[in-house]
Design a protein around this ligand. Structure first.
Ligand code: MN
Length: 200
């Protein structure tokens, strides 16, 4: 039983001009596939093979030393990217609605305040990593993680994530990470974020 990389729900060029087709193709077909392949290699032949990768990330301490780092990095890479493709949609839905909107307003003082906090978190993550909106014991929080570290490993449920590794934006934006972050808001699928919030 091995993990597989989920297909994109849209064409490589569907997110243009915000994220270019070549970046999407390399990001999905090379980077994400690479994490999935390495996750499979790490758990192959162990009792953890085929276990829900989110469950593995939620309890890294349960893993033997020999595979813990590989699961943290490549299991994280696999799960983080699966979420990322899910919360992106061509054309986006610029503003959240309903319960998730109310919860964001209550936690961050408004949608604009939330977007600024999240964008700042993404912009100030030094080196490679992710910015997150998570449900943490029922409360909404914004923070960033390094590398492929998942919020699941600190007991939180990721609702929205933004990949700020250079491979996510460098072809189109080079060093202009803030421009990539600003463009991201044109692509967010708030229906999916709302449904993750409901399930959290
Ligand atoms: Mn990536």
């Amino acid at each position: 039983m091995s993990y597989s990389t989920p297909a994109l729900g849209f064409a490589y060029d569907a997110l243009e001009p915000h994220i270019d087709a070549r970046t999407m193709e390399i990001h999905h077909d090379k980077h994400h596939v690479g994490y999935t392949t390495k996750l499979n290699a790490a758990v192959s032949g162990t009792s953890f093979d085929g276990k829900d990768p989110a469950a593995l990330l939620a309890d890294l301490k349960a893993l033997p030393d020999s595979i813990r780092g590989a699961v943290q990095n490549n299991g994280g890479g696999h799960v983080n990217h699966a979420l990322f493709w899910e919360i992106l949609t061509p054309g986006g839905s610029p503003e959240p609605e309903g319960d998730i909107k109310s919860a964001i307003e209550s936690a961050f003082g408004g949608i604009a305040g939330f977007k600024k906090l999240f964008s700042d978190s993404a912009a100030t993550r030094f080196g490679s990593g992710w910015a997150w909106l998570v449900s943490s014991s029922g409360k909404l929080k914004v923070y960033s993680t390094a590398n492929q570290d998942s919020p699941l490993s600190q007991g939180d449920i990721p609702l929205l994530g933004l990949d700020v590794w250079e491979h996510a934006y460098y072809l189109n934006y080079q060093n202009r990470r803030p421009d990539y972050i600003a463009a991201f808001w044109n692509l967010v699928n708030w229906d999916i974020v709302a449904s993750k919030f409901k399930n959290a």
